[in-house]
Every structure is written in structure tokens, then in C-alpha cells.
Design a protein around this ligand. Structure first.
Ligand code: NAP
Length: 374
């Protein structure tokens, strides 16, 4: 195995800033690959772990390395790896913060990362690293919500022409990164997709495979969607964006078919917590957050709609990770059935640029994914 020097953006404890410093490269396990990262993407969850890690990821062993999304070149493979060889271009889902791994060597924010082979996908030459880095966590989160047995349990996508199921899935938040992947995965699995976005992104989400799109900022969006969906056989809703779960409950309770909402987001935003002096934020936000979860649970109960919360890396605990990353995504990217979306927004060219990238994301993006090239 090659022994290059490695640098990482470390987080040394809960609520700490990121610090770039040397990082070791560990021996590979049998089913692992070592990847030289060329592009990483930042996600809202990275900021949430940094600020509220003691609440959302209390198991994390510090010093840690955040980040889930990578694209780069394979430099070494474990003894039992069959899908990849040194020199291959890949994208991958980094699991450093997940309870499954919980080790810095598997965090994305470094030059060399260890990936599990079933969380990596071969990249066609025409897809750049910065395009590819937008996909891993968004694909994973969308796949969890759509396909896991304890979520919407839809049929998984096939590589060939989709066979229409005649059924419809509601994907709230189609122009988010997660929504962009969810629309494509659900359409590839044969479902009609009805979604929401701002009007400037209507054509974007239709281009990804949505058949109908509604403006989520419109005060009449719920009755308008109920009216449109009246004749449709629903298989459930994937709710993306703060507060979307409540609206999806209201819609599904007035439609025919399955009444289940898979929620990617909390009822209130939690990605705006400050890094320091959190006392006032926690004092004002946590009681409201608890009340909003309780309100959502009561609403769901009274409207006879089931709700599920998504953990975006849960697909790696069973076989769905391999199904999506190894068996489906590579051929689907090669054939163009899945396209990298949304467009990357390059925030810098070094590990030192990651805090700036996280700040950019926190200010808000529209149909863009913030990426750093390495
Ligand atoms: N549970 C998990 O494991 C998991 C994993 C990944 C992400 N998430 C969550 O999923 C959500 C999306 O993450 P992301 O990275 O995909 O976000 P993102 O791409 O950064 O989201 C930006 C988009 O959000 C849309 N948006 C803003 N407010 C909205 C609302 N109230 N309803 C629907 N869409 C809204 C905007 O659409 P327009 O520009 O069209 O207005 C914008 O395009 C976040 O809440 C994130 O925390 C959860």
C-alpha cells in the first residue's frame, strides 16, 4: 500500500472550529478502498454536527473528521475488494461520523479517505469530480426514504427503461440536493413524481423527472396539491425541508393510497445554531423544537398518517447501500438515467476553504451544492 502524507480538517471537540493538520492513513480492511479526494461537498448536517454534536451525534470520538461526500481516485484496495482497482475514478459516501464507523479515517474532509467498497461508485470519464461530489449523501438519504422497508418501501430502480407502476410519490423540496436525487431515483423506479420548488426551479425539477411541480411558498399550495392528486394512487411522501412533514401529512390525509411520510428534516430548522454562546439559541429553540415534534406527532395521529424520520446513511446497515452504489448508480450515471444534480458551486480549492464553504451553505443556496476541490 502506498504511504503518502495526509492532511485533514479536524474538529477537536464538540462546538470547535475546524483545524487543518496532518492525519494518519490507516491500514485498509478487506472490503475498504483508499481514495485520494479531488472534490468534497458540504451538507447542512456537517454544520449541525459541529454546533450541536452533543445532541445529534453524542457517540462521536474526537478528534474527528466531518464530511460525507467525496469524489476522487482509488489509490489502494483491501484484500477482498472486487469492484475497484487503483486508478479508478469514484464517488463515495464517507461514514466517519456515522455510528457504524465512528472513526476519523472515514471522514470526507481530508486528502485521503477510507471508503467501504459498497458505498462507492465508479465514475464515467465525462463526469467531473466536482459534479460527482454533489451526489453521495443526497442519493443515500433519498434512497433511505424511498426504498428502506421501514420508510416508504418503494420498489428499487432498475437500470433499463422504467416500468410505470401507475402510482405517485410526493417529494416535497424537489430542488434541494436530496430532492434532486429523490426525483430521479423515484422516476427510475417507475413512480410518477409530484414535487415542490420555487418557480425559478420548476423547469429544473421537471428536467429531473417530476411530472408536476407546485410552489411551496404559495399559501394555497396544500389545497392545490390535494386537488391535483385527487385522482392519483399515492405511495407516500418524502418530506424534505424544515416544516415539510406537517404539510405532507395534511396532503396525504386527503388523498387515496398509502399514508406514510418519510421525513428528512426536522419540523423547525436546526442548522442555524451558533458555534459559540449557544445558551440563548438553545433556550429559545429547544422548547419550540420539542413542541413542534409533539405537534407533528399529534397531527399525524389524528389524520391517520404514519411518519418516519430518515437517517441518511441507514442504507449501509443492510444491502440497500450495495444495491444503490454498486449495482445501480454506476450504470445509471454511465447511461445518463441519473445525472449529477444540482450543479456544484465551487467554494475553494483547499481544506482551509471548508469553513467558508460551510458558511456559504448556511447562508442558503438554491439548486446548488457547495463543493471544495482538493
Ligand atoms: N435525515 C438525513 O439524514 C438528512 C441527510 C441530508 C439532508 N437532510 C436534510 O434535508 C434537507 C435538505 O438538505 P439538502 O442538502 O438537500 O438542502 P439544500 O440543497 O441545501 O437545500 C436548498 C434548497 O432548499 C429549498 N428549500 C428551502 N426552504 C424549503 C422548504 N421550506 N421546503 C422545501 N424546500 C425548501 C430551496 O428551494 P428553492 O430554491 O426552489 O426555493 C433550495 O433549493 C435539510 O433539512 C437537511 O438537513 C437530512
Amino acid at each position: 500500500m502506498p504511504n503518502p502524507s495526509n492532511q485533514a480538517a479536524w474538529i477537536n471537540g464538540k462546538g470547535q472550529p475546524l483545524v487543518v493538520a496532518a492525519a494518519p492513513i490507516l491500514q485498509l480492511g478487506a472490503h475498504e478502498i483508499l481514495v485520494r479526494n479531488r472534490a468534497i461537498a458540504v451538507n447542512p448536517f456537517d454544520g449541525v454536527v459541529q454546533t450541536l454534536g452533543s445532541m445529534v451525534t453524542p457517540w462521536v470520538a474526537y478528534p474527528a473528521i466531518l464530511g460525507s461526500d467525496v469524489a476522487g481516485e482509488v489509490v489502494a484496495v483491501g484484500a477482498s475488494v472486487t469492484c475497484f482497482k487503483p486508478g479508478d475514478r469514484v464517488l463515495g459516501l464517507a461514514l466517519g461520523i456515522d455510528r457504524l464507523a465512528n472513526r476519523a479515517a472515514e471522514g470526507a474532509f481530508q486528502q485521503y479517505v477510507i471508503l467501504r467498497q459498497d458505498a462507492a461508485t465508479a465514475l464515467p470519464d465525462r463526469i467531473s469530480f466536482e459534479q460527482a461530489a454533489v451526489l453521495p449523501l443526497a442519493v443515500a438519504t433519498a434512497a433511505c426514504g424511498l426504498f428502506l422497508d421501514d420508510q416508504l418501501a418503494l420498489q428499487t430502480p432498475s437500470i433499463g427503461q422504467p416500468v410505470p407502476t401507475g402510482k405517485t410519490v410526493l417529494i416535497w423540496g424537489g430542488s434541494t440536493s436530496v430532492g434532486s436525487c429523490a426525483i430521479q431515483l423515484a422516476a427510475a423506479a417507475g413512480y410518477e413524481v409530484v414535487t415542490t420548488a420555487s418557480p425559478k426551479n420548476f423547469e429544473y425539477v421537471k428536467g429531473l423527472g417530476a411530472s408536476q411541480v407546485f410552489d411551496y411558498n404559495d399559501a394555497q399550495v396544500v389545497p392545490a396539491m390535494v386537488k391535483y392528486l385527487g385522482a392519483h394512487e399515492m405511495v407516500g411522501a418524502l418530506a424534505i425541508g424544515a416544516g415539510s412533514g406537517t404539510l405532507c401529512i395534511d396532503i396525504l390525509s386527503q388523498c387515496k393510497g398509502r399514508r406514510i411520510v418519510a421525513m428528512a428534516s426536522a419540523p423547525l430548522p436546526i442548522d442555524d445554531a451558533p458555534l459559540t454562546r449557544q445558551f440563548v439559541w438553545k433556550l429559545t429553540h429547544l422548547p419550540r423544537l420539542a413542541a413542534s415534534f409533539l405537534g407533528l406527532a399529534i397531527r399525524a395521529r389524528f389524520r391517520a398518517v404514519a411518519t418516519r424520520s430518515i437517517w441518511g446513511t441507514a442504507l449501509m446497515r443492510g444491502t440497500l447501500g450495495k444495491t444503490i452504489f454498486n449495482d445501480f448508480l454506476g450504470p445509471a450515471l454511465a447511461s445518463g438515467r441519473i445525472v449529477p444534480a444540482p450543479q456544484p458551486l465551487v467554494a475553494g480549492h483547499s481544506l482551509e476553504a471548508i469553513p467558508h464553504a460551510m458558511a456559504l451553505l448556511r447562508r442558503g443556496v438554491s439548486a446548488r451544492k457547495v463543493v471544495v476541490l482538493l
